[in-house]
Every structure is written in C-alpha cells, then in structure tokens.
Design a protein around this ligand. Structure first.
Ligand code: SF4
Length: 239
C-alpha cells in the first residue's frame, strides 16, 4: 500500500484544483485498490457521474444496513444500469445483527444515543471497516459545510480511523447549490426521496424530510441532540 506523509498530502492538495483532477490523480495512484462509497444521496450521484467519465471500470460499494428506503434501492438500480456499474453491496454480519436485536429489540435506536450508535456500528461501521481493510483508498461525497465534524476535511486526507488509507473527498468544498446545478445540468439519476424534502439519505427509520430553514442534515436522527449526529463512518476519534 502506498503510504503518504502529511507533508506529501498537503503538497498534493495544493496542486489539485478540481474534483476531476483529484479523481484522475486518485485512479492513477491507487488503480483497482480504490472504491467509491455511496449511500445514494445527491452528492454521491454527482461524484459517481464524474468518476464514470474518468474511469468507466471504477469500483463502487454501498452498505445495505437492511433498513434502507425502497427509493434508495430504486436509485441503486437506476444508477447501476445507466453507468453499467456492478455495485458491491456490503451487508452486516448476520450473527452480530441477531445478537443486537435479541438483546435490544428492532427499534433500539429510538431508546438512547448509546443504542443508536450500537446499531450504526453493527449495521454500518463494522461492514465499512471490513471492506476498507481491503483497499488503499476510498472516495466519498462529503462536503465541508454539511456539519462541524466535516468542516476540517480536505480533498485528499489520511484516514487515521481506517488504518491510514487515503480518503478522497472530491467535492469537499462544494456548496449545496453546486450539487443541485450539477445534477440538473448532467441529468444525473438521483434518489427520489430528495423530491420529498430528504436532503441527506440514511436508513428509513432514522431519516426524515427537513423543514424550511433547517440544516440539510437535520433529518438524520432528528430526535437526537445536534452534536451526536454522525454514524461513525467519518468520525476521526483521534481528533
Ligand atoms: S441509521 Fe438507524 S437503522 Fe441505520 S444503522 Fe444507524 S441506527 Fe441503525
């Protein structure tokens, strides 16, 4: 696996000006040891469209938690067909899910932050760790203004949470309006939940449409305090 120092990553970031530059650098550096993670939000649709134009054979994976909306499965199929993608669908470990449900019930996430984090860990974080352990780099659709936790992210960064592999965030400095413009201009297939006010896509029981004036991620775990609102996929606990 290609290892980078923070100085090298800083230099790379200073040279990469556009999402497309970043993706070209990523594929020439990591070959088939890099994959795009997708939860099928609008940002993921945008980055997927960009990737396919640069590398039609790129790898894509998604975490099927078992609690997704039908609309999310629909857009998975639509994007798969449009771009000829063989999506790698990663499932949680059956025994882990059974144990959790037997102990805490099916709707444990509503009972406490601790239970919600356990569910995210079982259904998302552990499966993600498993696939990332086979990769040298991964690509996300994160944007800096989504929340405080993402505000310090860079286009290319060392993912200390996942063994020091490289995390590529091509549209990290994009605004929500840029995302909307790209989807419209390039006729990118998108999750139809968006038309019903869902600006961030997660699991069905834990995501709702946002109300006017709310933060774009306000619909995720809406019953919780703002500071708890990450599932652990992008949290660097060392910071
Ligand atoms: S978002 Fe909700 S249902 Fe999905 S893994 Fe997290 S707690 Fe479980």
């Amino acid at each position: 696996m290609a290892k980078f120092t923070q100085d090298e990553i800083d230099k790379i970031n200073s040279k990469l000006k556009t999402p497309e530059d970043t993706l070209r650098w990523a594929y020439s550096t990591f070959g088939d040891k890099i994959a795009k993670a997708s939860s099928f939000g609008l940002e993921d649709s945008v980055v997927t469209d960009m990737i396919i134009k640069i590398n039609p054979k790129a790898r894509f994976f998604t975490l099927d938690t078992g609690r997704l909306n039908q609309e999310t499965y629909d857009v998975m199929d639509e994007i798969g067909k449009k771009y000829n993608i063989k999506l790698e669908v990663i499932f949680p470990d059956t025994n882990e899910v059974q144990q959790m449900v037997r102990t805490h019930g099916l709707n444990l996430f509503y009972e406490s932050v601790e239970n919600r984090k356990l569910c995210c860990e079982t259904r998302k974080v552990n499966p993600l760790n498993k696939i990332l352990s086979t990769l040298d780099a991964w690509i996300t659709g994160l944007r800096r203004d989504q929340n405080e936790n993402r505000s310090k992210s860079a286009m290319v960064e060392i993912d200390t949470l996942h063994g020091g592999i490289i995390k590529i965030n091509p549209i990290i400095d994009w605004t929500w309006d840029q995302v909307l413009d790209y989807v419209k201009k390039h006729k990118v297939p998108y999750n139809k939940l968006f038309d019903r006010g869902y600006t961030s896509i997660g699991c069905e029981p834990c995501t709702r449409a946002i109300k006017q004036g709310e933060n774009l991620r306000a619909g995720r775990w809406w019953w919780e305090n703002e500071k708890h609102k990450e599932c652990g996929l992008h949290m660097d606990h060392s910071k």
